[in-house]
Design a protein around this ligand. Structure first.
Ligand SMILES: C[S@@+](CC[C@H](N)C(=O)[O-])C[C@H]1O[C@@H](n2cnc3c(N)ncnc32)[C@H](O)[C@@H]1O
Length: 204
């Protein structure tokens, strides 16, 4: 990830408005019942904390990592307001010493800032970060999003396909993998009809 790209995220998060809202992502809420009680969860590129805060409210132990300090400050404020504890850390995920076999779950909601090569590297690190029995919950945009223009990356090599996700985590057992179109209302940056790809996978 170029420093310029992170600077662009800092700029987006400099507004007091929560760019992706303060309610947790819908896919995460639908699928979080798969997590064991009090799970140790790694929340990747957590942004302004809507997902990490909600997970902590559900009783999980959450480590939220994110590159943009402006986002982390808003995430800290959200956790404080809701009276929950989240471990926030400023991290560039493309240059991080990833933990290995540490987490009961990894949550990856709209982390599409890498191209195909960077994604393969990052997904291998996600796989390694899970403990046996650990769950990956991942949602992103698919290629149809380029036509909707309602948020997300503007280049095709940052988008997910079901074909790619079905094989990119070779040691994980896929429990749910689907692409579908749905209206999103997740803050000003994710609003309107959207082309989505969801994955739930478990490390045996
Ligand atoms: C589309 S936002 C999604 C935020 C959050 N996951 C959510 O669903 O609300 C993408 C996030 O990726 C973060 N990001 C971009 N590049 C990153 C990097 N190299 N390492 C860590 N986070 C990064 C951005 O700062 C931003 O918060």
């Amino acid at each position: 990830m170029s420093k310029q790209n992170i600077a662009q995220w800092e700029e987006k998060f400099s507004s007091p408005e929560y760019q992706f809202g303060t309610a947790a992502n819908g896919f995460l809420v639908r699928e979080a019942g798969r997590l064991t009680p009090g799970a140790k969860v790694l929340c990747l590129a957590d942004g302004e904390g809507r997902n990490s805060t909600w997970l902590a409210e559900q009783g999980h132990r959450v480590h939220a990592v994110e590159a943009a300090m402006n986002a982390i400050e808003k995430a800290r404020a959200l956790a404080l307001e809701r009276g929950v504890t989240v471990k926030h850390e400023q991290v560039d995920l493309e240059d991080w010493d990833w933990p290995v076999a540490q987490y009961d779950a990894v949550v990856a909601i709209f982390i599409q800032f890498t191209d195909t090569i960077g994604r393969a590297r990052m997904f291998a690190q996600i796989e390694a970060a899970l403990r046996p029995g650990g769950v990956l919950l991942l949602e992103g945009y698919g290629p149809g999003q380029l036509a909707y223009k309602t948020g997300g990356p503007k280049t095709i090599d940052h988008l997910y396909t079901v074909d790619e996700l079905s094989t990119i985590f070779p040691t994980l057992r896929v429990e749910l993998l689907e692409e579908y179109d749905r209206e999103l209302d997740e803050g000003p940056r994710h609003r309107g009809m959207s082309a989505l790809v969801d994955l739930v996978a478990v490390k045996p």
